[in-house]
Design a protein around this ligand. Structure first.
Ligand SMILES: Nc1ncnc2c1ncn2[C@@H]1O[C@H](COP(=O)(O)OP(=O)(O)O)[C@@H](O)[C@H]1O
Ligand SMILES: [Mg+2]
Length: 405
């Protein structure tokens, strides 16, 4: 089976998805902006053919060049696991008649206003929201929605250009920083805890499910440099704290017409226990969430994704041996990492529960924590018991410190 896979190189997980496709027997044509001579080993191994495009985010250009590159061959699937290319993949799919979701269906996973309208239509609770294109429209929307509110790009990612506004002054401040945003969503601020609902679907049916929790909520994690954000993946999705989110997630997938592949939904639980839809993408969560789910489920969900899209099968059961926690660290100071303190002791005491440790080493330049949740590296912990796991995660967050200068 010929599969076109858009962007087989960056972020680094994409190489594993490409390898997964090959492992389940697909012939993979990769499309990316990396020069052929600079393809990493994994990508080379995975791809039967490669098409380099000059600008991966120029959708028209990527679609046109891919169709030219196919030269009349008809792939059975056109896939991507990277949010900015989901529409391009759907356009290519439609042009060659490959199976999978249409452009219109994929827009329901990409446009934050449209997705809320489509899921609200089946009775799923969503924040009240309005699409705005100008500062005046945002002011009018704020007057209608009231405070506190959230103003964010209609197709944003990673909480970029996302603002909580508690009054008209804060709205003006947010507007002054959003000049580059063409279209935004103005919506009721939902106070509560924030979770994900992730799946691998086959023909709309979730065949693998995961629930994670963000500690703290992503918007706070992105605005406070000193804290170490943690994401926990749970074991038991029938837990009464989580089950309403899973039930809601299944309704959302049906409402949006999900077909095959990954989904990554975010939802809120208010103090009163109400669940509210946040957003959804038809791609996996970033920030190494697939690694987290792999560790929690003792599975290879790169390969299982490929098996789902290529063969319509997923070979992993619902039982999860572990909860997992990923802890992202930010160094104190600027420049290059100078010292990693507390790691040796932590590993000596708790190394048995550490699945991955990828903190930046001394000498490495700091990453921009506002641009990537990965920040200056992470630890991924696993444990079967929730209280123990949370205690370990908090200990790692507190005791391990990075310094830069
Ligand atoms: N209506 C809302 N109520 C409360 N918090 C919100 C709301 N919309 C967004 N946020 C906060 O902003 C973050 C980013 O918004 P989100 O819609 O998830 O966009 P993205 O993750 O694509 O940047 C969320 O994780 C949440 O913390
Ligand atoms: Mg989000």
């Amino acid at each position: 089976m010929l599969v076109v896979f858009l962007n087989p190189v960056h972020p680094v997980e994409m190489q594993d998805f490409a390898l997964g496709l090959r492992e389940v027997g697909a012939t993979v044509l990769g499309v990316g902006d990396t020069p052929k001579s600079a393809l990493p080993r994994k990508a080379k191994e995975a791809l039967s053919a490669y098409l380099q495009v000059p600008r991966l985010l120029d959708e028209d250009d990527v679609v046109r060049r891919t169709l030219d590159g196919l030269g009349g061959r008809r792939p059975e699937r056109v896939e991507t696991c990277w949010e900015p290319l989901v529409i391009a993949a759907a356009r290519i799919r439609e042009a060659v008649g490959a199976s999978g979701m249409s452009v219109d269906t994929v827009r329901g996973f990409r446009d934050k206003q449209l997705m809320k309208e489509r899921v609200a239509a089946v009775g799923v609770p969503v924040p009240q929201s309005l699409r705005v294109r100008t500062a005046d429209q945002a002011r009018a929307a704020a007057a209608e929605i009231g405070y506190p509110l959230i103003l964010k790009p209609i197709d944003g990612a990673g909480s970029a250009s996302t603002y909580r506004c508690d009054d008209p002054d804060e709205l003006e401040r947010a507007l002054s920083r959003m000049g580059h945003v063409v279209e935004a969503s103005c919506e009721t601020f939902i106070d509560g805890q924030e979770f994900t609902y992730d799946t691998i679907c086959v023909d709309g049916e979730p065949r693998y499910e995961n629930v994670s929790q963000y500690l703290p909520r992503p918007l706070i994690a992105r605005s406070q440099e000193w804290l170490s954000p943690i994401i926990v993946t749970y074991r038991d999705l029938s837990d009464p704290r989580l089950k309403p989110g899973v039930t809601m997630g299944r309704r959302v997938l049906a409402a949006l017409g999900m077909e095959r592949g990954y989904t990554h939904m975010e939802w809120y639980r208010t103090g009163a226990g109400e669940v509210v839809f946040g957003e959804i993408g038809c791609r996996p969560g970033g920030a190494r969430l697939v690694d987290q789910m792999n560790v929690g489920s003792s599975a290879d969900l790169f390969v299982e994704w490929a098996r789902a899209v290529v063969h319509g099968q997923v070979q992993v059961g619902p039982d999860k041996p572990y909860l997992t926690a990923i802890i992202f660290k930010r160094a104190q100071g600027r420049g290059r990492i100078r010292e990693v303190r507390g790691l040796v002791d932590f590993l000596r005491e708790h190394g048995a529960h550490v699945a991955f440790e990828e903190l930046l080493r001394p000498g490495t330049p700091r990453r921009d924590w506002t641009q990537a949740l990965l920040s200056d590296g992470f630890l991924l912990l696993r444990h079967p018991d929730e209280d123990t796991l949370l205690a370990l995660a908090n200990k790692a967050a507190q005791d391990i410190q990075l310094f830069a200068s």
